[in-house]
Design a protein around this ligand. Sequence first.
Ligand SMILES: C[S@@+](CC[C@H](N)C(=O)[O-])C[C@H]1O[C@@H](n2cnc3c(N)ncnc32)[C@H](O)[C@@H]1O
Length: 275
Amino acid sequence: MTENLDDLNKETREAWELNAEVWDNRMGDEGNDFFNILCWPALASLLDASTTLSTGLKSDSHILDIACGNGLTTRKLAELGAKITAFDFSSKLIEKAKARLANYQSQITFEIIDATNESQLLSLGENKFDSAISNMALFDMADIETLFRVLPKLLKPKGTFVFSITHPAFNNASAMHVAEEMDDGEIKDTYSIKVSRYMTPTHQRGLALRNQPKPQVYFDRPLQYYLNLGFKNGFILDGFEERAFPPDAPQMFPLGWGGKFSELPPVLIARMRLI
Ligand SMILES: C[S@@+](CC[C@H](N)C(=O)[O-])C[C@H]1O[C@@H](n2cnc3c(N)ncnc32)[C@H](O)[C@@H]1O
């Protein structure tokens, strides 16, 4: 990467502040298909296995929601009865999350914190959280090394970190969605993803929502980058899911992610646990 990380982080924050309104309107209380079909079911099951009794979340589970946006995962966790500390570096998104989750005030603490800043992260409190969760945000962060280094201090022993990310191999910023038609005695359509780079961490501007006012910066990293960062900081990988839309899932745009790409996973979810 040639651009300075501090500048990229600043640009990222400005983009999320500018896009907060559009993001909040689009995601609402319930989220989109990515959240409801791909991410949440796997996040919930991976999180459950590590923090629950067979009957549900332990009433004293304290979960850290990293880069919570307008509070989609925060709401789901609150509904399960957890105590949550949720943070984001966009003050506008935290305002939106607070407004949307006013009914859960007693369970949730919101903070404005930059996940690339070690002292801000440490201010959350050490040895405090049973689990941390981050839904679709690590690839939005200019730096994740700081977060992986500090998380073992914030988590209790054997604590878990469950995160979803765009699949680095099939859904990075170089991915092109391709439709082809062939005549094989019958006419067949094939939908595929063409990826032109994977190995080298890089960044590229793009759109999470087609009508957002300002493109955001995506930080592409290969899967080994995420896993090795976890291993280096005392985590093991003990849960993993690649998630694709089922064939009958709706297709919001002709070549957007949806049922036509049911053999290719746009999302992966990993659970890492402190040893
Ligand atoms: C794609 S959104 C996901 C939000 C939320 N987790 C959800 O599931 O709806 C990515 C979020 O990452 C946040 N973010 C990016 N870099 C961050 C950083 N360095 N510290 C804290 N939040 C950050 C953005 O403000 C944005 O809310």
